[in-house]
Write a protein that binds this ligand. Structure first.
Ligand code: BDP
Length: 596
């Protein structure tokens, strides 16, 4: 799906700001009272302040009026939502126009012409934040009877982050030609010496046109190539490299009767990604991932788009010598993906397939027994839908170098292989760049028990030795970690291993002379221990710390106002260990660290 931009043929209006808001029922044929207000984009939960409202589950409404701009005969009016978490139904002037399931991907709604005969549109959004065994993420849904006889909807998250909800990303009103560019897919084939690239640029249109022209511009805005039948050669190509991004722009024009009817600019980078011999190659060089699992999580905004925080996070990431992040545990905003492209940061792109583990957070049972997850989950449809939507949205991003099919599913339980095989295949079929696909494996699914890692290209592991296993014991933790990594390496010698999570909760300012968990000293020692082991394992091609920053969670016995595994606090202040990381990561090159 195309990111909304302003071009000669397209106008764009931002609907950010104050909307009328209500938790509960509303008839969109009536006016929503102006009693309660909400900002778009943001999560409603923290902004609303009241405790019961913060934890509200069910339908909630946004409404506002919008003046209708000039719309030519051959143009159409479109409402475009970056994301509404988790479900949305859109009404204009009281008429239901569309619904979208899933809280982390964009969707658009064409407003029928008869609705813009008036001077204003009334836009009403019915959002809903229920999560259950059919949704991604997975939630434990129940209904509780209250003293007054009413029913309260409750969702216990089956995952470790707060169930923030709302209109999380920008809402735009677009006027675009009826005959328009509806999609573009860019792939490149590099020559063996990486000096030139053959580009294929497939443009989809909403209606037949006489001609499509695509001109390629470099960063100096110089024309460097033009396509013929969707193909072009880029000589002396400047590659998109890790932390040295180079972005070309494909300027697309549609012609009807000799006139330009639509134009669109898509930035793209040229690079190749391969996995072989236990290594992960970018532009034929083995790369070492240094970075983080993250969250979209800031004070006040919750999970709502916070572009200043995004840029600050990426600057901190570079400052500490890192080069990558994973969009744990859901697709991040399109704004963040474009930022990563621009800054040369590697992205492991994840869908909200988290909580695929029967009643996990409630039982907190780390023993590897079969809880019947795969006969209980009804998530297949949501899973397929979000893979389709993510690939469509992110397929052209050079920063995206791998797709994640799920985070920490019960991959050691019967039925896991059958569940994941078609989903991994779906990614492979849909992705025009054929990027590697991974599954982020949970600690109970050790090499002897796991049933799915044969399906994926890279072994991604979340391991908490000396934290959830052998808590506080760095000696036993070290031995356990080493043993398991060696087992994975010998089970799949050709697959690279990436540590996608490892970490220890740490409260800044808490100190000890001894190895006491939660202190800053323990966090330093914990990482020193794990890094020593990582450096011994030839196939281990990267380390992504859990987590970049402390973040908000649901209430659990081991969460002290959130998860504190961040290297930075929630307000982005460094913990003591940041200095150690900076030393280590600035000394580790992006390429050839583990060259065999
Ligand atoms: C892993 C999850 C992550 C949690 C983390 C933790 O992937 O979402 O926040 O552990 O426990 O299980 O800190």
């Amino acid at each position: 799906m195309l990111y909304p931009i302003l071009t000669k043929t397209r106008s764009l209006y931002d609907l950010s700001g104050l909307w009328h808001f209500k938790l509960g029922d509303h008839d969109p044929k009536e006016l929503l009272s102006s009693e309660e207000l909400m900002v778009v984009p943001t999560s409603f939960n923290d902004v609303i302040v009241d405790k019961d409202k913060r934890n509200y589950i069910g339908d909630f409404w946004y409404e506002r009026f919008v003046d209708i701009p000039e719309i030519a005969e051959n143009a159409e009016l479109v409402l475009r939502f970056g994301s509404v978490t988790h479900n949305a139904t859109i009404y204009v002037n009281g008429r239901q126009l569309a619904s979208h399931k899933g809280g982390f991907t964009p969707f658009e709604v064409v407003v029928p012409e008869d609705l813009y005969q008036d001077s204003q549109l009334k836009v009403s959004v019915c959002a809903n934040n229920v999560l259950d065994y059919t949704t991604l993420p997975v939630g434990n849904y129940s209904e509780e009877f209250q003293k007054d006889g009413s029913v309260k909807k409750v969702v216990r998250e089956n995952f470790d982050f707060f169930n923030y909800a709302g209109i999380h990303r920008p809402v735009k009103l677009m006027v675009r030609p009826k005959t328009h560019i509806s999609d573009v897919t860019i792939t490149s084939e590099l020559s063996d010496d990486l000096a030139s690239a053959e580009l294929s640029i497939a443009v989809e249109t909403s209606a037949a046109v006489d001609a499509i022209s695509v001109s390629i511009f470099d960063e100096d805005r110089q024309l460097v190539a033009q396509t013929r039948d969707g193909h072009a050669i880029l000589d002396n190509v400047r590659l998109w490299e890790v932390l040295d991004a180079y972005l070309y722009t494909a300027h697309i024009e549609l012609f009807v009767d000799g006139k330009v009817v639509d134009t669109y600019d898509e930035p793209f980078g040229v690079r190749c990604v391969d996995v072989a011999d236990g290594q992960f190659f970018i532009n034929h060089k083995p790369v070492y991932f240094k970075g983080f699992g993250k969250h979209e999580d800031t004070f006040i905004n919750g999970r709502g788009l916070n572009e200043a925080a995004n840029l600050m996070d990426m600057n901190l990431l570079k400052e500490i010598g890192a080069n990558s992040f994973r969009t744990s545990h859901y697709p991040y905003s399109e704004e963040m993906m474009r930022l990563a492209d621009r800054m040369g940061i590697l992205v492991i792109d994840e869908i909200p397939a988290v909580g695929l583990f029967q009643n996990f957070t409630a039982t907190l049972d780390l023993s590897p027994k079969d809880l019947g997850t795969w006969s209980i989950m009804k998530t297949k449809e949501a899973h397929e839908q979000v893979i389709r939507e993510l690939v469509k949205r992110d397929k052209n991003h050079p920063s995206v170098v791998m797709w994640v099919v799920a985070n920490e599913p019960a991959s050691h339980e019967a039925g896991a292989h059958a569940y994941f095989e078609p989903l991994v295949a779906l990614y492979k079929t849909l992705d025009p760049q054929k990027r590697p696909v991974t599954l982020v494996n949970i600690l109970m699914a050790t090499p002897d028990r796991d049933e799915v890692m044969d399906l994926v290209d890279v072994i991604c592991l979340n391991r908490y030795y000396a934290w959830y296993v052998d808590h506080g014991d760095l000696v036993r933790g070290e031995a356990g970690l080493r043993k398991e990594l060696l087992e994975w390496q010998s089970k799949f010698p050709d697959k690279p291993i990436l540590m996608t999570e490892y970490g220890a909760d740490t409260l800044p300012g808490l100190h000890s002379m001894w190895d006491i968990p939660y202190t800053e000293e323990f966090q330093c020692d914990f990482y020193e221990m794990t890094h020593g082991v990582f450096d011994e394992i030839p196939n281990l091609v990267g380390e992504q710390v859990w987590n970049f920053a402390d973040f908000e969670t649901n209430l659990m016995i081991f969460r002290v106002q959130g998860n504190h595994k961040g290297l930075f606090s929630r307000n982005r202040q460094p913990k003591q260990v940041v200095r150690d990381f900076k030393k280590r990561w600035t000394a580790i090159p992006n390429y050839n660290y583990k060259k065999k």
